[in-house]
Each structure stands twice: as structure tokens, then as C-alpha cells.
Write a protein that binds this ligand. Structure first.
Ligand code: 13P
Length: 254
């Protein structure tokens, strides 16, 4: 089975209602350019409802940027998986490096979040992994990524609701994209890890690349065997850039 190309916008703590309208219009206008591509937008959670209204008739999926590891209760400021589902999200980013570095997403917390998401019907976990510049220099990339996968997925038995995003920390928001070959090498290692863990089902898991993906480098990245699409930060805030990236992903299906 061919893996459906996937492009996910991670707005991080950016965007507003005006951008929801502009972006939704642009995606509607150009949808025919990338019919085979699954497009997901992860806005700040308070904009999910505005997105849901804006794309009610469109084939655009919504996602959250994080979730709490508990199902409900006294967790001021947090969102449960079921609340996010109710707000329209069917994807959740987990273990983004910004959350690992600055917001206390330890390996056990990420594993607990993964199990919350996998327990929710119609919800897909997008697990983010990736090494720092220093770890790459010390040739620890494979070891770091494998350890992140093992910590988050050790207790997971099935992979149908799973997407992996390889986001080298040194490439995030820096303009320094991994070369297509550098990215493919890590994606191939992730693919092997997934097939060892999940058997042939691991071959169906989509693996996205994230880190300074732009309109002008997306096609070369998406041409690689194991790069099934992208997780897009900065360029997902500009309609022309994001539409061009979605269009670049369409070539994977031909
Ligand atoms: P940039 O595309 O801005 O480098 O961000 C990547 C990212 O962190 C997406 O989650």
C-alpha cells in the first residue's frame, strides 16, 4: 500500500483569526493542486474552533500542538485529549523539541501522552524526534532518535494511529535544513526501527521531515524514499509558501 503524503502546519504560538480566514481561503482555492495530499493544521488550541468553522466543507484536518497526559481533573491550563477531539482535532503533536527543552516534556510524560492519544478514537499521535547539533557532531544521531522512539513507543502495540516527525533541533527555525540525503538516512533508520517493532504495519507509518522546510526545498526532500511529507513551522504562516509545500507533496503520489 502506498503511504498517503501528509503535510502538517505547526503554527506554534503564532497566527490569529484573520490568518485562519486567509489560510483557509488559500487552501480551498488550491486544493485541486494536491488532491492526494492529507493536509493538517495545528493552530494554537484556542483557534481550533475558528478553523473548524472555516473549513467545515473542506478536506482539511485539524490538530493540536500538545495534550495533557491525564484524561481530566485538576490540571490548570491544560487540555485533555477528549476536549481537543471535541474542538475538532484528529491529530496531536507530541514531544516537539520546544516542549522537550522548555516545557517539561520528559520521556515518561511523552509516553503517557502517547497512550492518551492512542486510547482516543479517531486520533493520531504525531511523535516528534530529533537530535541537537552537538549530538549530530558526536555522531549520536541514530542512537538519540532510537532512544526517543523506544522511550515513547516501548509500551505501544499498534501503529495505525501513529505518525513520526523527524525534526533535527539544529534545523528548526534556523534556515539550516537537513539535506535530503541527511534526512533520508535518518528516515530509513526510523523505518527500520518501526518495522522491527511493528512488523509489516511499520512500513505503513508515515514519517515526516521538519526543520526549515520552505517552498524551494520541499520537493527535493519529498522526493526521498522515506520522507512522506513535512511538519512545517514558519512557512506554514504564509499562504503562498504553505500551498506550494502541499503542492510539492502531491508529486509523491504520482
Ligand atoms: P520551522 O519550519 O520554522 O523550522 O519549524 C519546524 C518545526 O518545528 C515544526 O514543528
Amino acid at each position: 500500500m502506498q503511504r498517503q503524503p501528509l503535510v502538517i502546519a505547526n503554527w506554534k504560538m503564532n497566527g490569529d483569526r484573520k490568518l485562519v480566514t486567509t489560510m483557509a481561503e488559500a487552501l480551498r482555492e488550491h486544493a485541486a493542486d494536491y488532491p492526494a495530499v492529507q493536509v493538517v493544521v495545528c493552530p494554537p488550541a484556542v483557534l481550533l474552533e475558528a478553523w473548524q468553522q472555516a473549513v467545515f466543507y473542506d478536506q482539511i484536518y485539524l490538530g493540536a500542538q500538545d495534550v495533557n497526559e491525564h484524561s481530566h481533573g485538576a490540571h490548570t491550563g491544560e487540555h485533555s485529549c477528549s476536549l481537543l477531539a471535541e474542538a475538532g482535532a484528529s491529530f496531536v503533536l507530541l514531544g516537539h523539541s520546544e516542549r522537550r527543552q522548555w516545557y517539561g516534556d520528559s520521556e515518561p510524560r511523552i509516553a503517557a501522552k502517547v497512550s492518551q492519544v492512542l486510547a482516543q478514537d479517531n486520533m493520531t499521535a504525531v511523535l516528534c524526534v530529533g537530535e541537537s547539533a552537538e549530538q549530530r557532531q558526536q555522531q549520536q544521531t541514530f542512537a538519540v532518535v532510537a532512544a526517543q522512539l523506544a522511550a515513547a513507543l516501548g509500551q505501544v502495540a499498534r501503529c495505525e494511529q501513529l505518525v513520526i516527525a523527524y525534526e533535527p533541533i539544529w534545523a528548526i527555525g534556523t534556515g539550516a535544513t537537513a539535506s535530503p540525503e541527511q534526512a533520508q538516512e535518518v528516515h530509513a533508520m526510523i523505518r527500520q526501527w518501526l518495522t522491527e517493532k511493528f512488523g509489516s504495519a511499520g512500513r505503513e507509518v508515515r514519517i515526516l521531515y521538519g526543520g526549515s522546510v520552505k517552498a524551494d526545498n520541499a520537493a527535493a526532500l519529498f522526493a526521498q524514499t522515506d520522507i512522506d511529507g513535512g511538519l512545517i513551522g514558519g512557512a506554514s504562516l504564509a499562504a503562498d509558501q504553505f500551498v506550494a509545500i502541499c503542492t510539492a507533496a502531491q508529486t509523491r503520489s504520482s
